[in-house]
Design a protein around this ligand. Structure first.
Ligand code: AMP
Ligand code: GLY
Length: 424
């Protein structure tokens, strides 16, 4: 199978590594790619946001499967164009990608499908923001409506800051604070069948102990030992399947990766957000444990044959990834710093490029992620941090506590489950 991967982040590097390891893949092209994908895939230039440019490339490399990594091309309709050219695509249409592209749309779908999520109101032009904030009470949650790469969300106890964020955007969603550990559950779907991958946990804040501003994600681990048995099935039954069914009912089926971001609250799993693509950095750890060949799975989703796909196989053990970000990320990341040790096994590239002299340099906010597996979380964590220690990037920032609480068995769902309904 000839596969074309669109994108240039760590997710695409992780996807390329898994695809390259699939014996069914006879050719792998990545566009535009980064210095990491260059090691495993052929590079071609492309404007990833231009449906025509991607379709022309898919034709010229005779791709039999196109995997679209990031959300922006999906929202721009790139999958629609490639699909219209008769090529199998893993990635939703622009209409279905609105699940990520618009938080207001996601809320509407969840309401229609009866999916449990935070109560929310949509505020336009700041009107009624203060009243809505006071109605929900602190901590306040204010989200930009459009794509913001995980950075348009403010969660704060500071009422003034919440109001400022609410009036700074044309449209925001203000919602109830969800208390509980977060889970990312990736669901592969062909528009009707849903196949969940292993749940993972991401670390959104820049500093240890979840301090500082939100980022795209500073590290992840998988699987989640602390998750009650049956949670994945419950999330598929109450969230993923009804969402996929609702989009299909509307004539805009979701084909690709439905990323369900959840809070495990005292009243059960509640959706925090949907994304329309693999998450970063969770992909690095989930794919590190996937034994099933990836191309066959994505092709089955792209061609509507997921129901006939064999059950997924996973390695035992755990995986941890630690992101190394540039100086001054997530504000204005400093670029062009030399990287030493970036070509070791387990190092996944995000914002990297190789200059004319062959020196690896930073080219984005999140630069690399150090990924390792182990028999358990503690081993995987030790190995991942050992790898971090062997990478040099001037001013590089990383968290030191990725997976630490989980390895110490300190992650817990808030106690005191409130079960409404008849007694006895
Ligand atoms: P989002 O882009 O919607 O995933 O939000 C980014 C991050 O903000 C999430 O991963 C959470 O850490 C936090 N967050 C978003 N919505 C809520 C909420 N309703 N309650 C608590 N935290 C939230
Ligand atoms: N790790 C969060 C995301 O990919 O949006």
């Amino acid at each position: 199978m000839r596969v074309l991967v669109i994108g240039s982040g760590a997710r695409e590097h992780a996807l390329c590594l898994a695809l390259a390891a699939d014996p069914a893949v006879t050719a792998l092209v990545c566009a535009p790619g980064n210095a990491g994908t260059a090691q495993v895939a052929e590079h071609r230039p492309v404007d990833p946001l231009d449906p025509r440019s991607v379709t022309d490339l898919a034709r010229s490399v005779a791709a039999e499967l196109v995997v679209i990594g990031p959300e922006a091309p999906l929202v721009a309709g790139v999958a629609d164009a490639v699909r219209a050219a008769g090529i199998a695509v893993f990635g939703p249409s622009a209409a279905a990608a609105q699940l990520e592209g618009s938080k207001a749309f996601a809320k509407e779908i969840m309401a229609a499908a009866g999916v449990p999520t935070a109560r929310a109101v949509v505020i336009t032009g700041g009107d009624g923001a203060a009243e809505a904030l006071d109605d929900f009470g602190p901590p306040y949650v204010v989200k930009d409506d459009g794509l913001a790469a995980g950075k348009g969300v403010v969660v704060t106890g500071d009422r003034q800051r919440a109001i400022e964020h609410a009036v700074s955007s044309p449209r925001v969603v203000i919602e109830e604070f969800l208390d509980g550990p977060e889970v990312s559950l990736f669901c592969v779907t062909d528009g009707s069948t849903v196949v969940p991958l292993l749940p993972a946990q991401d670390f959104k804040r820049i500093f240890d102990d979840d301090a500082g501003p939100n980022t795209g994600g500073m590290g992840a681990y998988c699987p989640l030992d602390w998750l009650p048995l049956g949670t994945v099935d419950e999330v598929v039954r109450t969230v993923a399947q009804p969402t996929v069914d609702e989009l299909s009912r509307r004539g805009t089926p979701f084909v690709g990766l439905l990323y369900v971001g959840l809070a495990m609250t005292r009243s059960g799993p509640r959706v925090i957000e949907f994304n329309a693509r693999f998450g970063d950095p969770e992909t690095q750890v989930v794919l590190a444990l996937l034994e099933t060949p990836l191309a066959g799975l994505l092709y089955a989703a792209a061609t509507g044959t997921l129901a006939g796909h064999p059950p997924l196989q996973w390695s035992a053990g755990a995986a941890v990834t630690v992101v190394i970000a540039a100086a001054n990320y997530p504000e204005q990341p400093r670029l062009n710093d030399a990287i030493v040790g970036g070509d070791q096994p387990g190092v996944i590239h995000a914002g990297t490029r190789r200059d004319g002299d062959g020196v690896l340099r930073s080219a984005g906010g999140r630069v690399l992620s150090a990924t390792a597996v182990g028999d358990d979380l503690e081993q995987a964590r030790t190995a991942a941090y050992h790898l971090v220690d062997r990478i040099e990037l001037a001013g590089g920032q990383h968290r030191t506590d990725i997976a630490a609480r989980a390895a110490r068995h300190e992650v817990a769902i808030p106690a005191g489950v409130v079960m409404p309904g008849p007694a006895g």
